[in-house]
Design a protein around this ligand. Structure first.
Ligand code: ADP
Ligand code: MG
Length: 378
């Protein structure tokens, strides 16, 4: 993979967490890229990501760091590409939110509401919409853009069209010229940001309706927002298409083995399988051309298959690992951080306390040092 940005975001403590553990948190900020994870059950671990957003971070910080380069790169690549390049080589982009239920994935993606919310609280989606339209305004008169929005949900490995709930088992096809396609998926044309927001809100509303019909919680399905951006050149009459996907994943929490049965257990297994498949695909892509990098297991889940064009090849991907800062959720937070670290090929390093380090340095013994060492150890 050319480029994956991995960030961690810690939401503020919830009132339930405050009830359980007061103001206690299991992370300690080092700087904007590094923090220490501390918990009674594990050793202290130092994690570094491309950026860490703490509880005071704002939605605009997340957009600027994580999504804006993808949206702008999208436009710039389009200007720079020569027209004899295959349309499929256009730059695609994917922004993914990962984490346990309640960790802030939907808040990061949508904000508190798509249509009505405080400007500062707007999520990635409305900001991406604005970004896309800003970029198209910069185009010269030889380029014409058309933008379409699709929304699908994956539940129990079935793909459902959120603009037409009767299409509840969309098939994934691959064509040589158009790449991965969702057969019969609705594509809603959007001509301006206002229309885009209304369309998004319709899809989100349909998601809730579908879930009530099926009695499923939204946290148990993956939701994919697909912006298809087509640029037509009036100079040579050629069109080029790129996709920008935003993915609000199903909650990554482990379901207790005891207690879960029937559908809940099946849901948990299916989600786990698709999230592992996503991790494996990202891992294989970041391995590069050597090692395991040659076989990319896209076919292991519907999620990775749909994201195939957007993740592989000429694409940019950003992963936002959403976490709770509370000891109440420390095991799930650790599991989310591990996923992020694995995607980035970063090893968490156990923190070496200052005293330990001094003692270790003294291990090249000289009589004086040995004496000092013994003193320190006692
Ligand atoms: P998820 O989609 O991961 O299940 P949500 O995004 O629905 O979680 O967040 C759970 C709750 O926490 C919501 O009430 C949401 O408003 C709140 N929340 C999440 N992240 C933040 C944040 N960064 N700042 C303020 N509130 C947040
Ligand atoms: Mg959610």
């Amino acid at each position: 993979m050319s480029n994956i940005t991995v960030c961690a975001r810690f939401r503020p403590l919830s009132s339930k967490e405050r009830q359980d553990h007061g103001d206690a948190v299991c992370i300690q900020c080092v700087d904007s890229e590094t923090f220490i994870f501390k918990d009674e059950k594990t050793e202290e671990l130092t994690y570094s990501f491309d950026r860490v957003f703490y509880d005071k971070s704002e939605q605009t910080d997340v957009y600027r760091f994580l999504a804006q380069p993808i949206v702008q790169g999208f436009y710039l690549s389009r200007c720079a590409l020569t027209y004899d390049t295959d349309a499929l080589n256009a730059v695609n982009g994917t922004i993914i939110t990962f984490g346990q239920t309640g960790a802030g994935k939907t808040y990061s993606m949508e904000g508190p509401g798509i249509l009505e919310c405080d400007a500062a609280e707007k999520g990635l989606l409305p900001r991406v919409v604005e970004g896309i339209f800003e970029c198209t305004k910069l185009a010269d008169e030889t380029s014409k853009y058309s933008i379409k929005l699709s929304m699908v949900e994956i539940y129990m490995e079935k793909v459902r069209d959120l603009f037409d709930l009767s299409r509840d088992n969309i098939q994934i096809k691959e064509s040589k010229t158009q790449g991965i396609m969702l057969n019969g998926m609705t594509e809603m044309p959007i001509k301006d940001p206002t229309e885009a927001l209304l369309t998004l809100s319709k899809g989100i509303g349909n998601r809730a309706v579908g879930e009530t019909q099926m009695n499923v919680a939204s946290s148990r399905s993956h939701c994919i927002y697909i912006f298809t951006i087509q640029q037509e050149s009036t100079k040579d009459k050629r069109a080029r298409t790129g996709k920008l996907n935003l993915v609000d994943l199903a909650g990554s929490e482990k379901v207790e083995k005891t207690g879960a049965e029937g559908r809940i257990l099946e849901e948990a297994k299916t989600i786990n399988k698709s999230l592992s498949a996503l991790g494996n695909v990202i891992n294989a892509l970041t391995c590069g051309p050597t090692g395991r990098g040659n076989h990319i297991p896209y076919r292991d889940s519907k999620l990775t298959r749909i994201l195939q064009d957007a993740l592989g090849g000429n694409s940019r991907t950003a992963l936002l690992c959403c976490c709770s800062p509370s000891p109440t959720n420390s095991l799930e937070t650790l599991s989310t951080l591990r996923f992020g670290a694995r995607a980035k090929h970063i090893k968490a390093s156990p923190r070496v306390a200052y005293e330990d380090k001094c003692i270790r340095e003294l291990e090249v013994f000289t009589p004086v040092k040995r004496e000092l060492r013994d003193k320190l150890l006692n």
